[in-house]
Design a protein around this ligand. Structure first.
Ligand SMILES: O=P(O)(O)OC[C@H]1O[C@](O)(COP(=O)(O)O)[C@@H](O)[C@@H]1O
Ligand SMILES: [Mg+2]
Ligand SMILES: [Mg+2]
Length: 322
């Protein structure tokens, strides 16, 4: 049995990074505990306020955000943070060398129905002299990430992490309060017969996406020549975890409901960290046109079109868009 801290010390020579990931997991254990208590701790339901995205916040969105902010601000290595639930970046320690970006609670619409949610994080280097209270410090492409991961709060609590050298998963053992190593060098199969997309948006997609999904639905009688299965959990963490476990393709593509936005999901704390994990596991992460991690962000809350998972299937989607 290998504990997370020991693993980090063996796989990284950056003490700042090790301490920050350790700190993140202190926060995530607290979040996991509150999710488990649920209604008994009064954490379900709406917070009766909106975030910067104009989305109605759940109580647990706010609670998780506050826990992460408090724990990370106490880490000397954290120079600043950006969160889905904060309009502006939050400066922390001026001598810090790292920036942490996070979606404190992903899949919020699942909280009240007791279905899987998660936390997603991305760690970027803080440039020399950068102002961590200013957005410009954070606007680095996904390829600059030092580490990324998610914590899934499901039947068990699982951390899936990359430090840029493969993907590893850890299960929280509540008997000892520690994350212990579970899977090493996770690989996503190149081919799949399982897709995930919110079909209710079909009429809003670009024509190539409508054609591709139409062909998927034709199964073995269509041009793709195989029968597909479909899943939609409405929690990106849960979908990506399924793909980490048995392959698949996850899509939240551009749609014209809000034509000026490139997609629903957020680039810097959903698209980029998940892309880093998927790519490190041998999969692909694309906008349907380009690699997500090549995008030069223009804002911390920027949106992105997402097509990720099994490499050959993602390449098929890209071909439909050429
Ligand atoms: O409700 P929809 O449109 O299917 O969207 C589901 C998607 O939205 C998200 O819940 C967005 O994340 P948040 O809950 O952090 O806003 C993704 O996890 C999920 O894939
Ligand atoms: Mg999210
Ligand atoms: Mg969220």
């Amino acid at each position: 049995m290998q504990r997370l801290r020991t693993f980090l010390e063996q796989h990284s020579d950056n003490p700042a990074l090790i301490n920050v990931i350790d700190g993140l997991m202190v926060a995530c254990k607290d979040i996991a505990h509150r999710i488990q208590l649920g209604a008994a701790a009064g954490v379900l339901g709406s917070a009766e306020q909106e975030n910067v995205q104009g989305e109605c916040q759940k109580k647990l969105d706010v609670i998780s955000n506050d826990i992460l902010k408090d724990v990370l601000a106490a880490q000397p290595a954290v120079k600043g943070m950006a969160s889905e639930e904060e309009e502006l970046p939050v400066a922390a320690n001026s001598a810090g060398s790292l920036l942490v970006l996070f979606d404190p609670l992903d899949g919020s619409s699942n909280i009240d129905i007791n279905v899987t949610v998660g936390t997603i994080f991305s760690i970027l280097p803080a440039r020399e002299g950068a102002d961590a209270a200013s957005e410009s410090a954070y606007l680095q492409p996904g390829n600059a990430q030092l580490a990324a991961g998610y914590v899934l709060y499901g039947p068990s609590t699982i951390l899936v992490l990359t430090l840029g050298n493969g993907v590893y998963s850890f299960t929280l053992d509540p008997r000892i309060g520690e994350f212990v190593l579970q899977r090493e060098q996770i690989r996503i199969a190149a081919d799949t017969k399982e897709f995930a997309i919110n079909m209710s948006n079909q009429r809003f997609w670009l024509q190539p996406m409508q054609t591709y999904v139409g062909d998927l639905l034709q199964g073995e009688e269509g041009p793709l020549g195989k029968r597909y299965n479909m899943r939609w959990i409405a929690s990106m963490v849960a979908e990506i975890h399924r793909i980490m476990t048995r392959g698949g393709i996850f899509m939240y593509p551009y749609d014209n409901r809000e034509p000026n936005k490139p997609g629903k999901l957020r680039l810097m704390y959903e698209g980029n960290p998940m892309s880093f994990l998927v790519q490190q596991a041998g999969g692909k992460a694309s906008t349907a046109f380009n690699d997500i991690m090549d995008i030069q962000p223009q804002g911390i809350h920027e949106r992105v079109s997402v097509v990720m998972g099994s490499a050959n299937e993602v390449e098929t989607v890209e071909r439909y868009h050429q």
